[in-house]
Design a protein around this ligand. Structure first.
Ligand code: PLP
Length: 418
């Protein structure tokens, strides 16, 4: 049976974003008639090359960099990997300092480096997701090649004091990389003010296409190419440029500068209304992350006594997209490493859902979500064995309840796939 088409309510903008119509429009010529290779010597190629120069200038303007400090890559992950790999290679040092709450692009690279004889310090966070800068300072020693700390966390939106962190690193003579993938259009990014050495961005988190990223490298900082090939990107990143996506990213950079104010006022107000209303309607919910030090678009909420995956499936049936922090692999519901690092119990961490808004969300989206979410949580809680108010709480069987929940999830999945 075909499900009635529901309006899509997209509240998962930290996972990826819609391509802005202006971005798409700017790209079209480079996917159609302007297909020349930007490295070619004839005018047809040079014209394409000129579009790369313009895009580089726009991206530089977004973060107050010089265009010469901008290198285009294939994604945020490649930018993150390049910065760390290059810093360790150029310094010859064997120690990386990072946090326990990084994106997998950093976390899994750190774990890989550990298998290759490198040492990694995983800085802890407190229950609000904040770092202890004293601990950071103490963790840096003479074999430390680089410190990598994200500007803002993708799961909770918690913002780190990047300028202070860069200062600590430089005082100790160590390079500093920051993953700022979540920040464009949400908070101001200024590489001159914060004085970072490397900074990563990703196109698809700022309304540009997937498969294009940026690595900012401060002038006079050594950079070894991670992808070795032709002389593209001034010899620092081989491979014919993803011209259309880079042009799109340039346009998106321009737009995100222009939408910064809207994001910090209107989008923030939508997010705050969303949280406040849910808190009024539902007991036993908790907002994760330090409230006043978060990205204006992100809301990560614990709904005690229910499994996030069950919430997500039911919201999906109502056309609402959002996510849980957990990487739901082969049915094992591992709690998010970020929420675990903040000290949430596994049960509470498994109850957390992330809602992330954007410039394109409206009051109607939020009102719809606020109408749909509370009854779903109430229904799930009524049948949850974890709920202390549950009627048959005295002799409940957690295993049986989980089995029942999994069966329900499988049925829901089957229904979706019909
Ligand atoms: C999405 C994301 C990345 C990865 O970017 P890709 O372009 O998908 O590789 C890295 N870091 C953070 C914080 C992200 O949110």
């Amino acid at each position: 049976m075909h499900q009635e088409a529901k309006r899509l309510t997209y509240l998962d903008n930290n996972a990826t974003t819609a391509i802005a119509p202006e971005v798409f429009e700017a790209m079209v010529p480079y996917l159609t008639e302007l297909y020349g290779n930007p490295s070619s010597a004839y005018a047809f190629g040079k014209r394409v090359g000129a579009s790369l120069i313009a895009a580089r200038e726009k991206v530089a303007a977004l973060i107050n960099a010089d265009p010469k400090e901008i290198f285009f890559t294939s994604c945020g992950t490649e930018s993150d990997n390049t910065a760390i790999w290059s810093a360790l290679r150029t310094t010859g040092k064997k120690h990386l300092v990072t946090t326990a709450v990084e994106h997998s692009a950093i976390m899994n690279q750190g774990e890989y480096l550990e298998t290759q004889g490198y040492k990694v310090t995983w800085l802890k966070v407190n229950s609000e997701g904040e770092l202890d800068l004293k601990e950071l300072e103490n963790s840096i020693h003479e074999d430390t090649g680089i410190v990598s700390i994200m500007t803002a966390n993708n799961e909770t939106g918690v913002i780190f004091p990047i300028k202070e962190i860069a200062e600590i690193c430089h005082k100790k003579g160590v390079l500093f990389h920051t993953d700022a993938v979540q920040c464009p259009g949400k908070i101001k990014i200024d590489v001159r003010d914060t004085n970072v050495d490397f900074l990563s961005l990703s196109g698809h988190k700022l309304h540009a296409p997937k498969g294009v990223g940026v690595l900012f490298v401060k002038r006079r900082t050594k950079l070894l190419p991670y992808v070795v090939g032709g002389g593209q990107e001034r010899g620092k990143r081989g491979g014919t440029e993803n011209v259309a996506s880079i042009v799109g990213l340039g346009k998106a950079a321009e737009l995100s500068l222009a939408s910064l104010n809207d994001e910090q006022t209107r989008v923030r107000a939508l997010r705050d209304k969303f949280e406040k209303t849910l808190e009024e309607k539902l007991p036993n919910i908790y907002i994760n992350g330090k409230r006043d030090a978060r990205l204006p678009n992100t809301s990560n909420i614990a709904f005690d006594f229910v499994e996030a995956e069950a919430i997500l499936l039911r919201l999906d049936l109502e056309g609402i997209c959002c996510s849980s922090g957990s990487a739901c692999t082969t049915g094992s519901l591992d709690p998010s490493h970020v929420l675990s690092a903040m000290g949430l119990t596994p049960a509470r961490a498994r109850s957390c859902v992330r809602f992330s808004f954007s410039h394109y969300n409206t009051e109607a989206d939020v009102d719809y979500a606020l109408k749909v979410i509370p009854p779903i949580i109430e229904k799930l809680r009524a049948m949850s064995p974890l709920n202390p108010n549950h009627t048959d709480n005295h002799d409940y069987d957690v295993e049986a309840a989980r089995e029942k929940e999994e069966k329900l999830m499988a049925e829901t999945m089957a229904k979706i796939n019909e």
